[in-house]
Write a protein that binds this ligand. Structure first.
Ligand SMILES: Cc1cc2nc3c(=O)[nH]c(=O)nc-3n(C[C@H](O)[C@H](O)[C@H](O)COP(=O)(O)O)c2cc1C
Length: 326
């Protein structure tokens, strides 16, 4: 299957693995890229630019296919050394960067001068248009169902994707709720040139996280996610657990007076405890509604082959059959 996204990034299948904190290590990125998709290392999981440089080197030892790096710009009083991370990406010869969070404008000249393609992930048509106008090469459009930060507009992909298709000139991928060949065909039908998946890639053999995390995603249904930090306008979709219920109770009790320091126990430093130690109740960790569609823990090569086979079957047999019967 050839799309604007496979052409732009030089990949075989139009499937991207989105950046994921404490999941997007070299092992995952290399496995996705080796399977013909686009794997992405998450920069901020690495404690320093030097550590990111080493992670990029490790990834290159595991794959000779294209892979990318995610740079997430978070609201922070004590911002990470973004200039250092950008240098590590450029010096490491990475060709693709996924930006997310705030506007990436400040970093685009350095990335583009190095010949790097930038795909910006955002949750609204207005932010997607902004990304296009500042020169991003592609956009990843994250619907309300997504794991992680869905923004504050709450527009699901059945509306958001065709709206994006009507407005954007750069190619875009559908993100949020994508799991299988049905998702891929639906995304293409709505004008996207591929899909970006987060939660689905966590529940795979190669994802370098505790087995309990994968099993929790398989056990979860589409009813088991919650939105946290809405009062702080930093909404995150997470898997429900004891820590999340404690957090939501604080949000109810403190109302508009709530501050980040009130909930630091449930949202600060949670990822290593969940992803590495398997302490699932440590606090809030991202998970999409798509958990309801995830029933197994496959190898990534098998997952991607299955998605592509199912997509081709839907187009060539199911949809084509409907037309020819007419
Ligand atoms: C455990 C987890 C951690 C994530 N961490 C990040 C992150 O650090 N930066 C980022 O841009 N997106 C992050 N995301 C969002 C994903 O890249 C992707 O956009 C999202 O998961 C898509 O929705 P889906 O889970 O329905 O596939 C994370 C998602 C998950 C599930």
């Amino acid at each position: 299957m050839k799309t604007q996204i496979t052409e732009l990034f030089g990949i075989e299948h139009p499937i991207i693995q989105g950046g994921m904190h404490y999941v997007g290590f070299a092992e995952l990125a290399a496995a996705v890229s080796n399977a013909g998709g686009l794997g992405i290392i998450t920069a901020l999981t690495q404690p320093s630019p030097d550590a990111l440089a080493r992670e990029i080197g490790r990834c290159r030892e595991m794959t000779d296919k294209p892979f990318g790096v995610n740079l997430t710009f978070l609201p922070s009083r004590n911002p990470p050394d973004y200039a250092g991370y950008v240098r590590a990406i450029v010096d490491g010869g990475v060709r693709i960067v996924e930006t997310a969070g705030n506007n990436p404008q400040q970093w685009l000249p350095a990335l583009h001068e190095a010949g790097i393609r930038v795909i910006h992930k955002c949750t609204s048509v207005r932010h997607a248009l902004k990304a296009e106008s500042i020169g991003c090469d592609a956009v990843s459009v994250d619907g309300f169902e997504c794991g992680g930060h869905p923004g504050e507009d709450d527009v699901p992909n059945f509306i958001l994707l065709p709206r994006a298709a009507d407005e954007l000139r750069v190619p875009f991928v559908a993100s949020g709720g994508m799991a299988d060949g049905r998702s891929l065909v639906a995304a293409l039908a709505m004008g996207a040139a591929g899909i970006n998946m987060g939660t689905r890639f966590v529940a795979t053999e190669e994802a370098p996280v505790h087995r309990k995390v994968k099993q929790a995603i398989v056990a979860a249904t589409e009813l088991d996610t919650r939105l946290v930090m809405r009062p702080l306008r930093n909404t995150e979709r997470v898997l429900n657990n004891a820590g999340v219920e404690r957090l939501l109770e604080k949000e109810r009790r403190l109302g508009a007076d709530i501050t980040f320091s009130d909930i630091v126990e449930e949202v600060g430093g949670v990822y290593p405890r969940v992803m590495q130690d398997g302490n699932l109740d440590a606090g809030a960790w991202s998970c999409g509604m798509v958990a309801g569609l995830i029933q197994d823990i496959p190898r990534i090569g098998d997952l991607i082959d299955r998605i592509m086979r199912q997509a081709e079957e839907i187009v060539a047999t199911r949809l084509q059959g409907m037309l020819s019967r007419g």
